[in-house]
Design a protein around this ligand. Structure first.
Ligand code: SF4
Length: 54
């Protein structure tokens, strides 16, 4: 499985995750923030390219 060494990701439940190496296999991803306000912690950001494996 190819992997993008520029995108390390621990979300092994995602169908784009290379489970053993823990890298994303997409060429690019989209990151969003929750809500309209300022992002003040990493909990407010999220990967919008995530798709569940199952
Ligand atoms: S799409 Fe997002 S959540 Fe899924 S493996 Fe890539 S970086 Fe991780």
């Amino acid at each position: 499985m190819k992997m993008n060494m520029s995108i390390e990701c621990l979300v092994t439940e995602c169908k784009y995750n290379n489970g053993t190496e823990k890298y994303c296999t997409l060429n690019r991803i989209k990151i969003i923030k929750h809500g309209e306000g300022l992002a003040t912690s990493n909990e407010i950001t999220d990967c919008a390219s995530f798709e569940c494996k199952n």
